[in-house]
Ligand binder design. Structure first.
Ligand code: S3P
Length: 442
């Protein structure tokens, strides 16, 4: 097991900034990038992926498919050519496949491996991923006929592929990763596979499967996939990652005098929950140049500073903003009134317990926030946070939360384990620095 060791580097200081002005673009969407490589790997022929979001997590995906016998040419930093081996062409490497920190990789790949009849694979991950729940994928894959063993519901996970049967499965938790694992296994089943969702979650897998020629039928609360004979993607263009844009959107909203443009961002409505929440709080974020990038809704965003008011975020909104809820907490801490988040117990099963990490982190900077069983309660103060020290706990979203908090603070924030940002956004601090320099010159 490889392990990320949070806090072994000297803390990184993020000093306050008066305003943010300029134009930025963020790397390709992590969820879409993982899916593009994985589907291309089991596709026919070559798939050219452009706008690929290179990060520690997506590098784990490239490494994993290579281990499984798939050739991946890295044509450029953000451009790959994947030589698909076909649906049933994945070969066991004879040693465990290390998924690093990437939950999306571990869970989606499990679904694909379940269909490799007669072959046995093993998945491992770093310390954080090894603490995350895997029974949620193991159980439905077993029901489809695969032999799956976990270590008491966790990695390492051994998967023996089999002739699968189609099932109808009601997800106990709203999870796009689990939904995707079942749909991918469904490509190999003997009949229709249906996943019923308690709440809508991101639908990148469904969209990409359709683009690759799979027969996918969607209704309000369920998705069905037919067994497939072959997939062919051809080319995929990945839009910018709205989750990577989110720290900048929140910073510009909170800083008086800001005017920031973020270009080429994915605006799939199942990913833009934070924009809806901020809109309700009074933010001035406008989408323009709306278009499609690689079959996904996308556009450019114009963000101006705004005074925010409190809001309540309930369970329905959680899957649509799941990775951005730490940033919601920061926005709420700087808003007028008391905000709440409910129905977000899933945050406790992320790269770290994000309810505890957010509450401890923001409280140390002067915010009035307390944890509840399934969320938090925040009494906002419409002024700059004091500042202080935040520990990322090895979690990329918490490292970036600390950075935004530093920008909007009075005294700056020292981030322990800031390098965790590279899990989803390796150039995050460089982009922040160049935007700071451009803003002070503006
Ligand atoms: C993801 C789904 C979400 C999200 C994660 C990426 C995906 O996880 O938090 O960062 O790419 O499908 P869950 O499906 O576990 O909610």
């Amino acid at each position: 097991m490889s392990g990320r060791l949070p806090g072994t580097e000297a803390p990184l200081r993020v000093e306050p900034v008066s305003h943010l002005v300029g134009h930025i673009a963020v790397p390709g969407d992590k969820s879409v990038s993982h899916r593009a490589v994985l589907l291309a790997a089991i596709g026919e022929g070559e798939t050219r992926i452009s706008g690929f979001g290179r990060s520690d997590d997506t590098e784990s995906t490239i490494r994993a498919v290579r281990e499984l016998g798939v050739r991946v040419d890295e044509v450029d930093v953000d451009e790959l050519v994947v030589h698909g081996v076909g649906l049933r062409g994945l070969e066991p490497p004879g040693r465990p496949i290390d998924c690093g920190n990437a939950g999306t990789l571990a869970r989606l790949l499990a679904g694909m491996l379940a269909g490799q009849a007669g072959r046995r694979f093993e998945l491992t991950g770093d310390a954080s991923l090894s603490a995350r729940p895997m029974r949620r994928v193991a159980e439905p894959l077993r029901r489809m006929g695969a032999r799956v063993e976990t270590e008491d519901g966790h990695l390492p996970m051994a998967i023996e592929g089999a002739a699968l049967r189609g099932i109808e499965y009601e997800l106990p938790v709203a999870s796009a990763q689990v939904k995707s694992a079942i749909l991918l296994a469904g490509l190999y089943a003997d009949g229709v596979t249906t996943v019923v969702e308690p709440l809508p979650t991101r639908d990148h897998t469904e969209l990409m499967l359709q683009a690759a020629g799979a027969r996918v039928v969607r209704s309000a609360r369920s998705v069905s996939v037919q067994p497939a004979e072959r997939l062919r993607l051809g080319a995929v263009e990945v839009p910018g990652d709205v989750s990577s844009a989110a720290p900048f959107l929140v910073a510009a909203t909170l800083l008086a005098g800001s005017e920031l443009h973020v270009h080429g961002v994915g605006l799939n409505p199942r990913r833009t929950g934070l924009l809806d929440i901020l809109d309700r709080m009074g933010a001035r974020i406008t989408a323009y140049n709306r278009r499609r990038i690689g079959g996904e809704p996308a556009g450019d965003l114009d963000v101006r500073h705004a005074e925010l008011v409190s809001t309540d975020v309930g369970p329905d909104e959680v899957p649509l903003a799941v990775d951005e809820l730490p940033l919601f907490a920061l926005a709420a801490a700087c808003a007028h009134g008391t905000s709440t988040l409910r129905g977000a117990a899933e945050l406790r099963a992320k790269e770290t317990d994000r309810i505890e990490a957010v509450v401890d982190g923001l409280r140390a900077l002067g915010a009035h926030i307390r944890a509840t069983r399934d969320g938090f309660r925040i009494r906002g103060v419409p002024a700059r946070l004091r500042g202080g020290t935040v520990d990322s706990r090895g979690d990329h979203r918490i490292a970036m939360l600390g950075a935004v908090a530093g920008l909007v603070s009075r005294e700056g924030v020292a981030i322990r384990g800031a390098d965790a940002a590279s899990v989803s956004f390796p150039g995050f601090f460089e982009l922040l620095d160049s935007l700071r320099a451009a803003s002070s010159a503006a």
